[in-house]
Design a protein around this ligand. Structure first.
Ligand code: THU
Length: 143
């Protein structure tokens, strides 16, 4: 991705902060997931009074895409902060990294962590989930 594309993804993720449903943590997270076909799927975190059914912004975006038949992705941007004030990077939780591992090539898929359009860092999934377990590990031809 070039800088313009990254900044566009950051802007979209920041817009999503407004939709976060966070009455318990007050920690708003927004995600923008770029599919290989060019479509951007948006996500926010959605909490629940029973706590465990809460869903992260990243998974909201992935599940929206997959539920519409889209399963190939090139990048995701994640932003977050208490009361929507983005002062630090919000790295994806372990569960979200595992969901990325299901659909994305760990050597290719890019994860953009940002505080604003001028302050960001781009990681590959492999860096954030080294030696991850994925669909390939279940393939019959393995070993
Ligand atoms: N959260 C996300 O949505 N994505 C992350 O990458 C980290 C955590 C959410 C879950 C919960 O609603 C809130 O942030 C506090 O953990």
């Amino acid at each position: 991705m070039d800088k313009k594309q990254i900044q566009e993804l950051i802007r979209t993720a920041v817009e999503q902060l407004a939709y976060a449903y966070v009455p318990y943590s007050h920690f708003r997270v927004g995600a923008a997931l770029l599919a290989k076909n060019g479509t951007v799927y948006r996500g926010c975190n959605i909490e629940n009074a029973a706590y465990t059914p809460s869903n992260c912004a990243e998974r909201t975006a992935f599940f929206k895409a997959v539920s519409e038949g889209v399963k190939e992705f090139s990048a995701i941007c994640v932003v977050g902060g208490r009361n929507g004030e983005v002062t630090e990077y919000t790295p994806p939780c372990g569960v979200c990294r595992q969901v990325m591992m299901e659909f994305c090539d760990p050597e290719e898929f890019e994860i953009v962590l940002a505080t604003d359009t001028e302050h960001y860092q781009v990681f590959r999934l492999k860096e954030l989930l080294p030696m991850g377990f994925g669909p390939g590990n279940l393939a019959e031809t393995q070993n």
